[in-house]
Design a protein around this ligand. Sequence first.
Ligand SMILES: Nc1ncnc2c1ncn2[C@@H]1O[C@H](COP(=O)(O)OP(=O)(O)OP(=O)(O)O)[C@@H](O)[C@H]1O
Ligand SMILES: [Mg+2]
Length: 250
Amino acid sequence: MATLEIKDLQVQVETPDGPKQILKGVDLTINSGEIHAIMGPNGSGKSTLAYSLAGHPKYEVIGGEALLDGENILEMSADERARAGLFLAMQYPVEVPGVTVSNFLRTAKTAVAGEAPPLRQWVKDVKDAMGRLRMDPEMAQRDLNYNFSGGEKKRNEILQLELLKPQFAILDETDSGLDVDALRVVSEGVNRVHGETGLGVMLITHYTRILNYIKPDYVHVFVDGRMAEEGGPELADRLEAEGYDRFLVK
Ligand SMILES: Nc1ncnc2c1ncn2[C@@H]1O[C@H](COP(=O)(O)OP(=O)(O)OP(=O)(O)O)[C@@H](O)[C@H]1O
Ligand SMILES: [Mg+2]
């Protein structure tokens, strides 16, 4: 049982006009096994929250804490956070020409586990995971995300999730741009890891349709750099029907 506790997190970015605060005091606690959906208008800071937790250097933490089992991950480097069990599936996965999917996965697994996985078992694990995600095995030999379609990139993020088996996963709009079959396959992947490992999930999304497959325990509304409301799955339906007006109109 592990806990990710975000307290009063404040983050700014550098802009040509000087620093701009994006996160204005985020509070959120996720326990192992819990699925938290985060919904909110464009530009409210959801990806900023995801990147800040993962340790992207562009985001400067100016206040608050993020504790993973009591340890402040904000003081760790990005790779230390990954080793501590944090995983981010990016909204826009980065293309890395020159590094194959296969090499990337093995390097990442070795870094996170602290030792290289036994080769034969690893090859089998990758092949099986790709099969479950209905990915063409040839994809493993292609350069990471390079010339991948939008949906292929998202599937590849979930492949990493399946193989790295983190304690907490932040999934930033993993459902955006997926066709109906891919949405199901990707959701099944998340549910499988969740069922097997008791993963805690922060699921950032704009659409209730993924919540039909991945059932959230909590739904949070994120507006202007902080959590504005929390509820159960019914809150997602209300947002779908009403939009965010009641949070925005002052
Ligand atoms: N370097 C930067 N300079 C200026 N503004 C920035 C910079 N980086 C981020 N922002 C702003 O921070 C705000 C939050 O962006 P973020 O990507 O976190 O939003 P989001 O909630 O993920 O939106 P979406 O739903 O569209 O993905 C946006 O208004 C964005 O323009
Ligand atoms: Mg975003």
